[in-house]
Design a protein around this ligand. Structure first.
Ligand code: MN
Length: 437
């Protein structure tokens, strides 16, 4: 899954013309989602993005174009959730990717049969791509951990375990929604540093977190840990992930057991899952800064050092209600990159299972907020505004210390470099509603 193959050839073009024109979804990408025609009562089913179209995998599986393992994978992808496809493991999704690449190429014989399996992306709606049984959020950006640590614990920002343990907490899957999600501002307990008692009310410090989501493919049995040399075989693919956070609730509740109600009122994923195989051209070396400890042996391998990192640019944008009403575009708050992560995806998977914990197909791992080394690359507004002290100025004259009702946060991701096709993640957008009375 780590090797370049014919599906990555940057010279490939598709008979779907829009895929060849500066799209997030050229033929080298082929991400998966769950769709149906917007407003219809059609069955949800899997689809692959190609240009400004989606290829309906239920229709494609019935078309007779695919054979063998690729056809079995297409049939699994035709279900209302992608868990079955995910559980089949990397050989199946890779076989389907190769068959899709060949069938969607310019000049392919399959064009006639697959034309009728296309639906315009503008005409579909999305559901969560899979049943997410469990959700774990990691904390893999040392830049985020340090910047946030300074605010919560000025004299002790980075805790001593950080460089040894891929830190995480168990989140909750019931409030994870797909792009387009809106949710009421959470309420809860907060306590100002100078107050003698906590008070109750709507959060005043609502924030986003710019994260990469990792979907588990094949799982592992209880008690059988996943060796780092096999860890990537358990990864199906990636989405963009906004881990909404209420900082004032978090500051009061997080010790000693970590985040709780400050995190589980809403989290939003992008609809498309970009497979690990599609990201093969964008692997980068994984190194530790000079003077930092090397990972323990169970978190280390030659492959992980040589190519365990991923060069994925990640952007976060804000569109306020006033901007929306004036038809003004969203404002770029920050751009970061997953290559700055202190831990790799393989290390997250291996560490999560090292105690015997069973992962299951469709489980979601959040990467943690992906802040880069520079202040401008911060993946949360908490960092951008230094805890609300230096508000962000917006082009229309508005400013934000934290997020307000009606604000929409948009996240985008893409991979680009000379000699490889640019591929994108699409976007995840979600909007804050007023607190419920
Ligand atoms: Mn998070």
């Amino acid at each position: 899954m780590n090797q370049l193959n014919e599906t990555h050839d940057p010279s490939l073009t598709s008979w779907v013309a829009s895929a060849n024109q500066d799209s997030d979804f050229p033929i080298q990408n082929l991400p998966f989602a769950i769709v149906r025609r917007a407003g219809s009562q059609e069955a949800w089913r899997g689809a692959v993005a190609i240009g400004d179209q989606v290829l309906d995998l239920a229709a494609a599986a019935a078309s007779g174009v695919f054979t063998g393992l690729a056809q079995q994978a297409a049939q699994a992808a035709a279900e209302p959730k992608l868990n079955s496809l995910m559980a089949m493991g990397p050989a199946a999704s890779s076989a389907l990717r190769l068959a899709l690449s060949r069938a969607l190429r310019s000049g392919a014989d399959a064009e006639a049969a697959l034309q009728s399996c296309l639906i315009a992306q503008a005409e579909v709606e999305f559901d969560l791509p899979c049943q997410i049984g469990d959700y774990t959020d990691f904390y893999t950006s040392i830049h985020h951990a340090t910047a946030v640590g300074k605010q919560f614990r000025p004299d002790n920002p980075l805790l001593p375990n950080y460089k040894w343990v891929p830190i995480g907490y168990h989140g909750r899957s019931s409030t994870i929604g797909v792009s387009g999600q809106s949710f009421p501002r959470p309420q809860g307990q907060t306590k100002a540093p100078d107050a003698s008692e906590p008070s109750f009310g709507p959060s005043k410090k609502l924030d986003y977190e710019l994260e990469l989501g990792v979907f588990i493919g094949q799982g592992n049995q209880l008690g059988e840990r996943i060796d780092i040399s096999k860890a990537e075989d358990h990864v199906f693919g990636f989405c963009l992930f906004n881990d909404w956070s209420a900082r004032d609730l978090q500051g009061w509740e997080y010790q000693p057991l970590g985040p709780f109600l400050s995190k589980n009122f809403a989290s939003t994923v992008s609809p498309w899952i970009v497979t690990l195989e599609a990201l093969a051209p964008y692997r980068v070396a994984y190194t530790r800064p000079e003077g930092d400890p090397q990972p323990l042996p169970y978190l280390s391998s030659d492959h992980n050092s040589a190519a365990g990192g991923l060069d994925i640019a990640m952007q976060c944008l804000l569109q306020t209600e006033a901007m929306r009403e004036a038809s003004e575009p969203a404002h770029l708050l920050a751009e970061s990159n997953f290559k700055y992560s202190y831990w790799t995806v393989a290390q997250m998977v291996t560490h999560h299972s090292v105690n015997g914990c069973a992962l299951r197909a469709g489980d979601l791992l959040g990467s943690g907020t992906q802040s880069g080394p520079e202040h401008e690359q911060a993946g949360s507004i908490l960092e951008l505004t230094y805890g609300g002290k230096q508000p962000v100025q917006l082009p229309n004259g508005e400013q934000r210390s934290f997020l307000e009702d009606g604000d929409s946060i948009i996240m985008r991701g893409y991979c680009a470099k000379p000699g490889a096709a640019r591929i994108g993640f699409g976007e995840v957008v979600s909007t804050i509603l007023p607190a419920k009375p």
